[in-house]
Design a protein around this ligand. Structure first.
Ligand code: MLT
Length: 280
C-alpha cells in the first residue's frame, strides 16, 4: 500500500523517466494538475497526496508516525501524531520503489522541498535529479517555531478557515490575487479540506525538521531551483543560497509568481521544467 497519487500516464509509459511531484503545506497532489498535463514526451508524472493529506489517511500507509510525546516540542500534544520529514521521505522512497523502479526525478515545493532534502539525506539512490521550488534549506528559527505553535493552537480551536484567511496573501502574488480568482479558489479549497489533525501534525514536523544547509554540497545530482519572483514565504534569496551551494544547480525565477509558482504561472514553470528534464 503506497500513498494515493495522481498520474499523467500509466506505469511503464515513461520511457524517458518518472517525475514525482511533492506538494507543500497544506495542500494535496491536486496542486500539480497543471504540471501533470504538460510534461515533455516520454516523461511520466506522479503527484502523491502526502500522508494525512487529500486521499491518503494519516495511518493508511505502513510505517511509524511518532507522537508529540515521543518527538517533544510543544506544537503537537502528547497523544497527537507528528508528520516528520522522515515519515514523508520514507513514504516517498516506497512510492518510488513501487511506481518508478527505484529511481525518479523529485520535484518538491516548499514543504515538499523539505521532504526532498530528507529523501536525499536518507535515500539518495532514489533521486535521479532534483527540482527545488519555493523552498529553503534552513530549519525554522525560534520565531518560526513560535508562529507554527500559534497556528496549531488556532487550528485546534477554529479549524482551517483562519489558516486560509491568514495564509492566502503570503502564498499568492498580488497579481495572482487580482487576476486569477480560479487559482485563489483552488488554493483556498485545498487548505479548507486539510484535516486539522494533519495540519497540526505537519506544523510540528516542519518545526522539528533538520537543517539541510550543510548537505547542499553533497547533492551530486542535477538540480533545478525555482523561485517565484514575489515569494513572500521563501523569498528568492533562499533559492540563490541553494543554487550557489549545490554543485550542479541552475536557477529559474518565475516573474509575477508568489510562493505557489507552479499554480500561479504554470506556463513559465512548465517551460523551466521541460528544459531541465529534456537536458537530463
Ligand atoms: C509550504 O508552502 O509548504 C509552507 O509554507 C512551508 C512552511 O510553512 O515552511
Amino acid at each position: 500500500m503506497t500513498l494515493h497519487f495522481r498520474q499523467s500516464a500509466p506505469r511503464d509509459s515513461g520511457h524517458a523517466g518518472t517525475i514525482v511531484f511533492v506538494h507543500g503545506f497544506p495542500f494535496t497532489g491536486e496542486a500539480w494538475a497543471d504540471q501533470l498535463g504538460a510534461l515533455p514526451d516520454g516523461w511520466r508524472g506522479i503527484a502523491p497526496d502526502l500522508r494525512g493529506f487529500g486521499a491518503t489517511d494519516i495511518h493508511a500507509v505502513a510505517g511509524e508516525v511518532p507522537t508529540g510525546r515521543k518527538l517533544g516540542g510543544r506544537i503537537a500534544r502528547d497523544d497527537e501524531p507528528v508528520l516528520t520529514m522522515t515519515c514523508f521521505a520514507r513514504d516517498l522512497a516506497e512510492l518510488i520503489d513501487a511506481e518508478a523502479d527505484g529511481e525518479a526525478v523529485v520535484c518538491g515545493l516548499s514543504m515538499g522541498g523539505y521532504a526532498a532534502f530528507e529523501l536525499w539525506r536518507r535515500h539518495p539512490d532514489r533521486v535521479r535529479a532534483l527540482v527545488l521550488a519555493d523552498t529553503r534549506a534552513s530549519a525554522d528559527d525560534d520565531e518560526g517555531r513560535e508562529n507554527r505553535y500559534r497556528m496549531a493552537q488556532t487550528v485546534r480551536k477554529d479549524g482551517m478557515e483562519p489558516v486560509a484567511r491568514a495564509m492566502t496573501p503570503s502564498l499568492l502574488s498580488e497579481k495572482t490575487r487580482q487576476d486569477a480568482p480560479d487559482v485563489v479558489a483552488r488554493v483556498r479549497d485545498m487548505i479548507l479540506r486539510t484535516p486539522p489533525r494533519t495540519a497540526i501534525a505537519a506544523l510540528a514536523g516542519m518545526a522539528a525538521r533538520h537543517d539541510a544547509t550543510d548537505e547542499l554540497p553533497t547533492i551530486s545530482v542535477p538540480t533545478l531551483v525555482i523561485a517565484g519572483e514575489h515569494d513572500a514565504l521563501t523569498p528568492p534569496e533562499h533559492a540563490r543560497v541553494m543554487t550557489d551551494a549545490i554543485p550542479d544547480a541552475s536557477i529559474d525565477v518565475i516573474p509575477d509568481a508568489g510562493h505557489l509558482s507552479n499554480m500561479e504561472r504554470p506556463a513559465a514553470f512548465n517551460r523551466a521544467l521541460a528544459s531541465f528534464l529534456t537536458g537530463l
